[in-house]
Each structure stands twice: as C-alpha cells, then as structure tokens.
Design a protein around this ligand. Structure first.
Ligand SMILES: *[C@@H]1O[C@H](CO)[C@@H](O)[C@H](O)[C@H]1NC(C)=O
Ligand SMILES: *[C@@H]1O[C@H](CO)[C@@H](O)[C@H](O)[C@H]1NC(C)=O
Ligand SMILES: *[C@@H]1O[C@H](CO)[C@@H](O)[C@H](O)[C@H]1NC(C)=O
Ligand SMILES: *[C@@H]1O[C@H](CO)[C@@H](O)[C@H](O)[C@H]1NC(C)=O
Length: 321
C-alpha cells in the first residue's frame, strides 16, 4: 500500500544521493591514477673483475627490491637498443630510475641512454604527460650533468659514512618529504639515517653559481664532505617530477655488508619505505602502458634470476643481463 511505498521512495532517493555524492568528487577532483606502475631501470656496465664472469651488464637486487616495495614492478632496460626502441619503451613505462654505480657521465652508454629518456621526459611533462625520474648517487650526479649540460662535479668524498641531512627551508615545503611524519623529519635531521658511498658530487657553490641547475632544482639538503666541502645531498625539480639523492635510501632495507656503515634503525627503514612509496606514487600519475598484457609480462625483471653475490660484492644478490 501507499504506506509501504514511501520508505522505498526514500531509500531510492538516498541510494541515488549517496551514489552521486561519491561519484562526483572522484570525477571532478581526482586525476586518473595507474595502480599497476612499471618503473624502468637502466642496466649498468660491469666493470668489477669479480662480477665479469656473470654478465656484461647488471642491476643490484637492492634497487629492484626498493622499487618493488613501493608497489611497482621493474623493467630492466639494456644499454644497447636503438633510439626508436627507447622511444617505444618510454611510452610503456611510468618512470625512470637511475641507479648508482660507476660510469663516465659524459661518454658511457649509461649517460647516452639516460639522456634520451631525459629529453623524452622533458617533452612529455611539458605536454602534460606526467613522467617522473629518480637518480640515486651516480644517478643524481648524472641528472645534474643532463640539466647543466656540463659536468660540474668535484671531490665531495663521503665514503662509507652515515649522516643526518642538513635540511634546507625548501625541504619543509617539498613534495618529496611532504608525506613524512613530523617525527621522521626530525630524525632525518638529527640521526645518521643516510648511507653515503661517493667520491664526487656537486658543491653547494657550484650549484648556486650555475643558472641552469639553480633554476631547475630546489636543494632540499646539504652535507659536509671529508675535504670540508658543502655538497648538495637531496634535490627536487621545481617544475618537473625529477628527484635526486646523493645518498642511498635502498641500502637501509636491502644491503647488509658488515664492513659498510649502513643505517638499519627503525627510522632508517621508515625513511627508505617512505621514499620508495613517494616515488612510486609519482609513477602512478603516469598513464603510459604496454601494448598488450603479454608484452607487459614479458618485459618485467621477474623472468631473470638474481645471482647470490653476498660473499664477493657489497650486494646480497645481483641481476645480470
Ligand atoms: C665530453 O666528451 C666529449 C667527447 O669526448 C668532449 O669533447 C667534451 O669535452 C667532454 N665534456 C666534458 C664536460 O667532459
Ligand atoms: C647547514 O646548511 C646551512 C645553510 O643552509 C649552513 O649555513 C650550515 O653551515 C650547514 N650546517 C651543516 C652542519 O652542514
Ligand atoms: C678527495 O679529498 C679527500 C680529502 O681531502 C682525499 O682524501 C681524496 O683522495 C680526494 N679524492 C679524489 C678522488 O680526489
Ligand atoms: C660465493 O658463494 C657461492 C655459493 O655458496 C659459491 O659458489 C662461490 O664460489 C662463492 N664465491 C666466492 C668468490 O667466494
């Protein structure tokens, strides 16, 4: 009867209201996100004699674990492909991760391939096609060479030492650290949470004196090298989603060599997790994708088996290609 219809009408009304209410903000305010991101990692040329029997190029598993821990998959990218092949890969991956190691930042294939992706990323971001790049240690050094158009690195040795970061005022309004709990920011500035393993870097002076670099990046932290030089230790693109750390966030959770000063404290682990998730969240904003699920699956690092290297390198396991 009529008495029964009224509540039904009300229910429908509320159902519709709730439905519309939930759907609208999602459509209007939230950008599309990609929850199956793939991060490309350039392989490194093997130069260490003890590693040569296993392959010509490699990626340490610590970087792979680090990227995977943020909720992403890894696509290894060889250094021997054609420009067309790199352009094609660029349209499939959701970010590029430049790892540490030792390569000539001017003449190596690593530098050549990184430059191809860097230029594609500049153009894409300019056109509203979001594409993030992260550089760790040598990866950050290479980013500064690409942006400056010249190599401004000098001796800023901080080898096998864990340091707190001297955070700048920009750090407190940065994207990189914005999701950090207050306690972790405090710990980052006071406790030695960042593992340093480098001989070269960018002095604060060289950074400030170079117009390209200082207009492109904000400096989020600095540190003091063995020779007393102040070096830039964390950078973030002002306009572009490009990030660099001179230190090694991945080691805090994924490397255990007892000869190395690797921070493994609760805060050190938290720092590493937060940064991995931050970068992968940037990757989620890229809608690049593979042409087919089959192509996607066969491009992942999962089909390779890492080699146990803990007894003769500083890495627990390494992927060789
Ligand atoms: C980079 O390499 C080229 C070719 O080898 C050379 O002409 C140039 O001077 C080098 N630049 C730097 C900054 O090392
Ligand atoms: C920290 O950086 C400031 C400039 O931002 C500098 O004046 C100060 O000396 C630095 N301190 C350390 C310990 O690096
Ligand atoms: C850098 O400076 C340190 C400290 O002065 C020195 O021990 C080291 O040999 C230098 N390294 C290079 C590569 O010049
Ligand atoms: C490292 O350990 C593996 C596995 O136990 C062994 O086969 C290999 O010979 C060792 N390598 C060195 C250099 O000790």
């Amino acid at each position: 009867m009529a008495g029964g219809e009224f509540p039904l009408y009300l229910c429908l009304f509320f159902a519709c209201f709730i439905c519309c209410y939930e759907a609208m903000p999602a459509k209007v305010f939230q950008q599309a996100l990609n929850d199956r991101p793939v991060i490309g990692v350039l392989t490194q040329i093997v130069s260490d004699d003890v590693m040569k029997p296993f392959g010509k190029t490699y990626i340490p598993d610590s970087y792979v674990n680090y990227i995977e821990s943020g909720g992403s998959r890894v696509m290894p990218i060889r250094l021997t492909l054609s420009n067309e092949e790199y352009e094609s890969i660029f349209k499939k991956i959701n970010g590029l991760f430049l790892i540490g190691g030792s390569a000539n930042l001017n003449t190596s294939d690593f530098a050549r391939v990184a430059q191809i992706f860097y230029k594609l990323a500049l153009t894409a971001n300019d056109a509203g096609d979001f594409f993030p790049i992260w550089g760790t240690c040598m990866g950050m050094q290479l980013l500064t060479v690409l942006v400056a158009g010249e190599n401004l690195l000098s001796n800023t040795t901080a080898e096998n030492v864990a340091l707190p970061l001297n955070l700048t005022t920009e750090a407190h309004s940065s994207r990189m650290f914005q999701g950090f709990p207050k306690e972790l920011i405090k710990a980052l500035a006071e406790e030695p949470l960042t593992g340093n393993f480098h001989h070269f870097g960018l002095t604060v002076k060289a950074f400030q004196e170079n117009e390209e670099l200082s207009s492109f990046f904000s400096v989020l932290s600095t540190n003091i090298a063995l020779n007393g030089e102040y070096f830039v230790s964390t950078i973030e693109g002002k306009r572009y989603p490009f990030y660099g750390v001179q230190w090694h966030p991945e080691v805090n959770r994924f490397q255990w060599d007892r000869r190395l000063n690797i921070p493994h404290s609760t805060h050190a682990v938290q720092l590493s997790s937060q940064l991995a998730e931050f970068f992968i969240n940037e990757g989620r904003r890229s809608l690049h994708h593979f042409d087919s699920p089959e192509e996607e699956d066969s491009s992942m690092i999962y089909k390779f088996t890492p080699v146990y290297t803990s007894n003769f390198t500083a890495y627990e396991q390494i992927y060789f290609f």
